[in-house]
Design a protein around this ligand. Structure first.
Ligand SMILES: [Zn+2]
Length: 67
């Protein structure tokens, strides 16, 4: 499977964060992902499998991809 997620991408999750936001920015990819809530800036570590299950859609990043 192609790697669909890149650092800097924004995603919308199925579940709303307690702050009210559903949008997160990807800070780190790999076996574990680190993501930051765009509503409250809290960061969360999650496994790739859990992350992929919780993503509703990929919104894309602000910056061009440089990999
Ligand atoms: Zn939040």
């Amino acid at each position: 499977m192609a790697d669909r997620f890149c650092v800097g991408d924004r995603v919308e999750l199925r579940k709303q964060h307690p702050c009210g936001s559903r949008q997160w920015e990807i800070l780190r990819t790999g076996a574990d992902f680190r993501i930051r809530c765009l509503g409250c800036s809290r960061t969360v570590m999650t496994t790739r499998a859990d992350f992929e299950k919780s993503v509703k859609k990929i919104l894309g990043g602000d910056m061009p991809k440089m990999l």
